[in-house]
Design a protein around this ligand. Structure first.
Ligand code: AQP
Length: 321
């Protein structure tokens, strides 16, 4: 089965990205034909700083490899190194009703946040559809925030197939309920644009500072607390097994728990969880040419698949004359 997903290098990667997508992709690569890319074209919808985009792209790739993405086992590349995706985006645009894009929550949310919308942001789901269909993906592991975009991709694939025959695999989203929406420091979805993230590979001091900013309710120490509405609990549980979650839940229900103590434990847990990967990440960032080489090889593998799909599409749509 072909499993594909991408991640934007538009800022520091965070726990939402890790649990919503990266961790699942890394687990899939043992069994599946994994395709994974750094979505730098997508990042341009929110980032207009060339230097930052270039650095962010290398960093995101190094982070992913350090955490377990294996460029030998999987196909791992940078989106703009496979420009075929842009041609497919244009072709698919002609199978995308305006209403489909106008209904997208992500676009509407960004506009509501005050971001001045441009055509790139509006057309983002078409580019995402092209990413998925170009590689004939069966399964796309994503967080819940991408559910609607996956529905757009399915709609476009079906519309195109109805017109021209079974050209595209119609993809399925893989959304794991447990990690569908990782909450941020303030309880909203953890998101770069909300400034409420806990970032991967922060130094101890900065990590501790982020975790201490988690918003809690004013329940006094001597009263029992509600784990289900507590942001610390909702983040901490991601690092625990079933027994660990049950035991933390019991501590919440017993009067005397101090949020400050749980924050300190969470800080130590996050620090210790990512510590074993930090040395590899630092080594990769110190040798960016090796990362670039791995990405270029990934792009070659990806381009071979892309070319096959695009050739079929060009023939069907009359671009081959
Ligand atoms: N909070 C989250 N919970 C679960 N999954 C999440 N993802 C992101 N945030 C959460 C998933 O991570 C993958 C890669 O995300 P992306 O690079 O597309 O970035 P994003 O969704 O745009 O992440 P942000 O931080 O929320 O960025 P902005 O603020 O720019 O919108 C995706 O599969 C996503 O679902």
């Amino acid at each position: 089965m072909r499993v594909l997903s991408g991640i934007q290098p538009s800022g520091s990667l965070h726990l939402g990205n890790f649990f919503g997508m990266m961790n699942k992709m890394i687990a899939h690569q043992e069994q599946q034909d994994l395709f994974c890319f750094i979505a730098n074209y997508h990042a341009m919808t929110s980032l207009a700083d060339g230097k930052q985009l270039a650095t962010g792209t290398l960093e995101a790739a190094a982070n992913f490899i350090a955490l377990g993405m294996d460029p030998e086992k999987s196909t791992f590349w940078v989106q703009s190194d496979v420009p075929e995706v842009q041609e497919l985006t244009w072709i698919l645009s002609n199978f995308t009703p305006m209403g489909l894009l106008e209904r997208c929550h992500s676009y509407k949310d960004k506009v509501a946040q005050g971001i001045k919308p441009n055509h790139g942001l509006f057309a983002y789901p078409v580019l995402m559809t092209a990413d998925i269909l170009l590689f004939q993906s069966d399964l796309v592991p994503v967080g819940k925030d991408q559910k609607q975009h996956l529905e757009v991709a399915r709609d476009i694939a079906i519309k195109f197939n109805n017109e021209y025959g079974e050209i595209f695999t119609v993809p399925e989203a893989e959304i794991d309920e447990d990690v569908a929406t990782v909450p941020g420091l303030d309880g909203r979805k953890m998101s770069k644009s909300y400034g409420n993230t806990i970032d991967l590979f922060l130094g101890e001091k900065a990590l501790r500072k982020q975790i201490m900013r988690i918003v809690t309710d004013p329940t006094p120490v001597e009263e029992a607390k509600n784990p289900d509405t507590c942001n610390i609990f909702q983040i901490y549980r991601l690092f625990l097994d079933g027994d660990g979650v049950a035991s933390l839940r019991r501590r919440y229900l017993t009067p005397g728990l101090r949020y400050g103590d749980v924050k300190q434990e969470l800080f130590e847990t996050v620090r210790d969880f990512f510590a074993p990967y930090a040395a590899k990440r630092d080594a990769l960032l110190a040798d960016p040419d090796t990362v670039r080489k791995q990405l270029k090889q990934g792009a070659e593998k990806a381009r071979a698949v892309a070319a096959k799909t695009l050739h079929k599409v060009r023939k069907k749509t009359g671009l081959v004359y």
